[in-house]
Design a protein around this ligand. Structure first.
Ligand SMILES: [Zn+2]
Length: 244
């Protein structure tokens, strides 16, 4: 781990639990350019960690401080993800500069880093998320090439175990309800709007990367059902654990 302290952070309120882990990509040509930007006081952006494609991990902001990585964001009806989250930036040129697979060394480093973070903070698996999940109108990162299934197999994040579910049937409203159950901040209005399509596409990038098109095909509807069932089961288990 290499220290590259960024001035772009603020204090977390005392006693405030971090309950969310957000993955990003840098969307820039090089690791060094990304770190420079994340450490530039003018940019007013940062992250806790940057992971280069060769697996080198840079620490920019201590975990007990708030890094400025999420921007305008929303999850489960709550806005502003920075204060409650840890942010990891994966070096990748991103969709605008030649999006490419995340190399093995980078994935291994990300898994190791995330495991440590999950040991230090009470982050439920369903709140290990993509930046795109909490800001779908503005962001796509880390995108459909990021292997969320592999992370979940390593105990990081939620992946449905039960796939023998009925696909979400019916109209747009039913799909919106499923997305909202998972945590997406989506209006349930039954309308085929740009927000609806962006939300569906964001869902696909995370859980159904083989068709990232904002269309509710059968596979997407099945995965939506499976993820929303898994999220509801996870929330139930969390409530039981809290009550004990
Ligand atoms: Zn991001």
């Amino acid at each position: 781990m290499i220290e590259r302290p960024s001035p772009n952070f603020s204090k977390r309120p005392p006693g405030f639990d971090v309950d969310l882990l957000l993955f990003h990509y840098t969307g820039m040509e090089s690791c060094e350019a990304a770190i420079e930007r994340l450490c530039d006081p003018e940019s007013k952006v940062s992250a806790h960690y940057v992971i280069d494609e060769d697996g080198t991990v840079y620490s920019l902001v201590p975990e007990d401080a708030t890094a400025w990585h999420a921007g305008v964001s929303c999850w489960e009806g709550k806005i502003g993800m920075n204060q409650r989250s840890i942010g990891i930036e994966l070096v990748n040129p991103g969709h605008d500069h030649g999006y490419r697979p995340f190399p093995e060394a980078q994935m291994v480093a990300a898994i190791e880093l995330a495991k440590g973070i999950l040991e230090r903070h009470p982050i439920p698996p369903r709140q290990v998320l993509a930046h795109g999940d909490v800001a779908p109108m503005r962001r796509q990162d880390p995108g459909e090439l990021f292997d969320w299934k592999r992370l979940a197999d390593e105990g990081i994040g939620l992946w449905p175990k039960k796939m023998d579910v009925e696909p979400i049937k019916g109209a747009i409203r039913d799909i919106q309800v499923a997305l909202r159950t998972i945590g997406y901040c989506i209006p349930v209005d039954g309308e085929d709007t740009p927000i609806y399509r962006a939300m569906l596409e964001t869902f696909q990038r995370h859980w159904y990367p083989k068709s990232v098109d904002g269309k509710a095909d059968k596979g997407t509807r099945t995965m939506l059902a499976a993820v929303s069932v898994a999220v509801q089961a996870a929330m139930m288990a969390e409530r039981v654990a809290k009550a004990d």
